[in-house]
Design a protein around this ligand. Sequence first.
Ligand code: HEM
Ligand code: HEM
Length: 163
Amino acid sequence: MPAWDPVVRLCHWTLAGLVIFDLVYDDGGYAHRMVGYGAAVVVLLRLGWAALRGHSLKPSIAETRLYVRQLLAGKPPRSHGHDPLGLWMVWLLWILVLLLMVSGWMSRLDMFWGDERIEEVHTVLADLLMTAVAVHVLAVVAMSVIWKENLPAAMVRGRKRPL
Ligand code: HEM
Ligand code: HEM
């Protein structure tokens, strides 16, 4: 069954590559800055695509509660899109990338010359993003085992087995 369209898949792996690059090459140099802007552009393209195609990306507290109860009971239902818990993580990842872009840009403005606070904010945001990515990947692996479905492969090929 189709799960992720080609634009979503391309955006995902491009974003993952750019974010990992910037977490590794974190000197604030030209490549770091351009790759960081690139990551933010990918997030905006993905959000534009969702708006264009009418993808529902609105997290729901009621659905999340139900899902967590089912998860704790050992029976989380599969889905072809995001699961209700995963959707919060998706937003966290996107928002952190956008805030990193803004704080990275601000840290270079003349207005903040000699002011270390923006750089500190940028560092904290980067640490949060690194932690969120680690949790994201661990959750993907855990759910792949629980559902007996290779979720990373589904994000490559775009298909999941029928519900
Ligand atoms: C810096 C690294 C990463 C970032 C920023 C990131 C971000 C995201 C985002 C934003 C989504 C939502 C996709 C959308 O609707 O557009 C997502 C989904 C997903 N990501 Fe990542 N990701 C990263 C690394 C990885 C890695 C290394 C894997 C493979 C193990 C992975 C596997 C997945 C899968 C399988 C989904 C879909 C989850 C599902 O089936 O419900 N991601 N990721
Ligand atoms: C996904 C986006 C980004 C990530 C994950 C990221 C991550 C990081 C990390 C981990 C550091 C090292 C912090 C430290 O050593 O204390 C850093 C430094 C830096 N980044 Fe980024 N960054 C991103 C985007 C950007 C952008 C868009 C710009 C500027 C346009 C930028 C400008 C800088 C600068 C100037 C530094 C060196 C000064 C500092 O420590 O704040 N970054 N970044």
